[in-house]
Design a protein around this ligand. Structure first.
Ligand SMILES: N[C@@H](CCC(=O)N[C@@H](CS)C(=O)NCC(=O)O)C(=O)O
Length: 213
C-alpha cells in the first residue's frame, strides 16, 4: 500500500499504526506549500480535496482512502486480528473509541490548523485556543486515574491520532500545565513505532528536497 504524507501532520498517525501492525507502506511526500509530490506525480489527481493522509490500497482499482479516522479504523479492522489497536466493532468500547476519534478530528486537529497558519482574527484565535485548552483538559482528566493510554492499558489508534495532532506549541494553545497529558505524550514519543515513523518521514522529506534541488 502507498501512503501520501506531509511533514509533521496527521499522516504520522497512520505511519505509527502501520508500524504497530508491521505493515510496510510506500511513503510519498506531499509538500503542502508548493503542492509537489516526492514521486513527481500530481497530487490533485490523488485527492481533489488537497490533503493528506491518503492511503492507496493494493486493490485492482488502487482504491484510495481519505480521512484519518477512516484510514486508522480500516488498518485496525483489516490487519489487527487481536483487536489490540481498536476494540471490535459494535461494542460499547468501540463506540467510546469512535467518539474520541471524531472529537480528535473535529475539536482538536481542525481547530489547530487555522491557528498554525495564522488565518484567524484576534477573536478567532482566542476562540480556537480556548476550545483546544478545553479539549485537551478533557483528555488530561481521562488520564488522571493513572491509565497509560486514553482508553486504558493498551495503545490504540486513538492514541496515535491524538499524539500526531499535538500541535499546541505551533498553535499557541497553552497546555503545558496538563501534566497527565504531557507525560502521556512523552510515553508515546518513546514507542519504537513512533520513532520509526519520524525517521522514515524525515528520510522521505529529505529525498523529496534532494529531488527538487
Ligand atoms: N478531513 C481530513 C483533513 C486532513 C488534513 O487536514 N490534512 C492536513 C494535514 S494534517 C493537510 O494535508 N493539509 C494540507 C492542505 O489543506 O493544504 C482528515 O481528517 O484526515
Amino acid at each position: 500500500m502507498k501512503l501520501y504524507i506531509a511533514e509533521a501532520t496527521c499522516s504520522q498517525a497512520v505511519q505509527v499504526i502501520a508500524n504497530e501492525l508491521g505493515l510496510d507502506l510506500e511513503l510519498v511526500h506531499y509538500n503542502v506549500y508548493d503542492k509537489s509530490l516526492s514521486n513527481g506525480g500530481d497530487f490533485s489527481h490523488v485527492n481533489k480535496q488537497g490533503y493528506v493522509p491518503v492511503l492507496e490500497l493494493d486493490t485492482p482499482d488502487q482504491d484510495r482512502l481519505t480521512e484519518t479516522v477512516v484510514i486508522l479504523s480500516y488498518l485496525a479492522d483489516r490487519f489487527d486480528k487481536d483487536a489490540r489497536l481498536a476494540p471490535a466493532r459494535g461494542t460499547p468500547e468501540r463506540w467510546k473509541l469512535e467518539q474520541l476519534l471524531v472529537f480528535t478530528a473535529t475539536e482538536l486537529a481542525q481547530k489547530h490548523i487555522p491557528l498554525m497558519r495564522k488565518l484567524l482574527t484576534e477573536e478567532g484565535t482566542a476562540f480556537n485556543r480556548a476550545k483546544l485548552v478545553n479539549g485537551y483538559t478533557a483528555l488530561d482528566t481521562l488520564l488522571a486515574d493513572g491509565r497509560p493510554y486514553l482508553t486504558g492499558d493498551g495503545f490504540t489508534i486513538l492514541d496515535a491520532y491524538v499524539w500526531a495532532t499535538m500541535w499546541h506549541k505551533r498553535s499557541g494553545a497553552e497546555i503545558s500545565h496538563l501534566k497527565n497529558l504531557m507525560a502521556y505524550q512523552a510515553r508515546i514519543d518513546a514507542r519504537p513505532s513512533v520513532q520509526k515513523a519520524l525517521r522514515e518521514e524525515a528520510e522521505t522529506v529529505a529525498a523529496h528536497v534532494a529531488r527538487a534541488a
